[in-house]
Ligand binder design. Structure first.
Ligand SMILES: NC(=O)c1ccc[n+]([C@@H]2O[C@H](COP(=O)([O-])OP(=O)(O)OC[C@H]3O[C@@H](n4cnc5c(N)ncnc54)[C@H](O)[C@@H]3O)[C@@H](O)[C@H]2O)c1
Length: 316
């Protein structure tokens, strides 16, 4: 008699490219959930999923990982990660990707939401904050179940540069970033710490400004080095951190793109803010005090997201 294993909780990852496959690898290796990898290209998700499964005996993971081009296989996922779209090429801004990726995200989210109506959507495709608007509309989900990944990555980059500057372990650092994903992101050094000590007591204003600038250009720095494609190891790890917080109901406070309804003085816009992330998605938007200068930088960042959303037309 053929034996069938009872299905475990399931995570669907749409887009089996660099970021999607890396997220899949992290989830599978952590044994977090069964993974379905979906792509529009026949064979690509199937090949990558099989390759990941074949690493199981060596690494000791035993969750199921399958590749598919059919949304029926994604049914009843707890979390759907959207990485499908075009990546930036050198000289191309995130915003150039806007309309092309809006079409793709609209299409994939419509189908994924139909098959997993109770899922939490984690959006990764750029331009990130604008794509969250597209996903919110295409899914018809409440705002707390559509979340964007950007701040976790931006904070990780900031922490990396702080650790390099001070010669300390990256694990010893914490960072606080706000705002849209892109050149207007707003790292807040006085809420960023090393071993609990605010960064402003450990580094000069000039050194902090240098690190802030490098963080803002973190994505572009890697695009320029790679010459084709964009970052995926850190983006994959950042996305997996969010998926873990949702699946394990961790109530972690993480910087993510969430739809604001008056919080931080912004209404009806996805912008990066600290949220409490749990199995329901956004459990709470955490508001902190900002100085006049920080508030102005945050508003400027929100404005640049608003301009992008305006060009989305019927997609948002
Ligand atoms: N939010 C962030 O911080 C962050 C970080 C890194 C990358 N990104 C973005 O993530 C996206 C993916 O990056 P990547 O490096 O993995 O790109 P990639 O080109 O390696 O992979 C994208 C995949 O999407 C697939 N795809 C395209 N249209 C599709 C559709 N209609 N249905 C299903 N699959 C489809 C492609 O076939 C491809 O395999 C890009 O938009 C990139 O800018 C965002």
């Amino acid at each position: 008699m053929p034996r069938q294993r009872a299905p475990r909780r399931k995570v669907t990852i749409i887009g089996a490219g660099n970021v999607g496959a890396t997220v899949a690898q992290r989830i599978v290796e952590a044994g977090l959930a069964d993974v379905v990898l979906l792509d529009i290209v026949p064979g690509l998700p199937q090949g990558k999923a099989l390759d990941l499964a074949e690493a199981g005996p060596l690494l000791g993971h035993d969750v199921s990982v399958i590749g598919t081009n059919d949304y029926a296989d994604t049914s009843d996922s707890a979390v759907v990660v959207v990485t499908s779209g075009l990546a930036r090429q050198p000289g191309m801004s995130r915003d150039d990707l806007l309309l092309k990726n809006a079409q793709i995200v609209n299409n994939v989210v419509e189908q994924a939401a139909k098959h997993s109506p109770n899922s939490v959507l984690v959006i990764v495709t750029n331009p990130l904050d604008a794509m969250c608007h597209v996903a919110l509309k295409a899914s018809g989900f409440p705002r707390w179940r559509v979340i964007g990944m950007a701040g976790v990555l931006d904070a990780a980059r900031f922490r990396t540069f702080v650790a390099l500057e001070l010669g300390v372990s990256p694990a010893n650092t914490s960072a606080f970033v706000l705002g849209g994903h892109g050149d207007t992101m707003v790292p807040i050094p006085r809420y960023s710490t090393v071993g609990g000590v605010p960064l402003t007591q450990l580094l000069s204003p000039d050194a902090i400004e240098r690190i802030v600038e490098r963080t803002r250009n973190g994505g572009a720095e890697i695009v320029a080095l790679l010459k084709s494609g964009s970052a995926f190891y850190a983006p994959g790890a950042a996305t997996a951190e969010m998926v873990d917080a949702i699946l394990e109901d961790r109530h972690k406070i993480l910087p993510c793109s969430a739809l604001l309804k008056g919080e931080y003085g912004v209404d009806g816009l996805y912008v990066g803010v600290p949220i409490r992330l749990s199995r329901v998605g956004v459990d709470e938007i955490v508001e902190v005090e900002l100085t006049e200068e920080e508030r102005a930088a945050f508003q400027k960042s929100a404005e640049s997201v608003r301009e992008l959303v305006a060009t989305l037309g019927t997609f948002a």
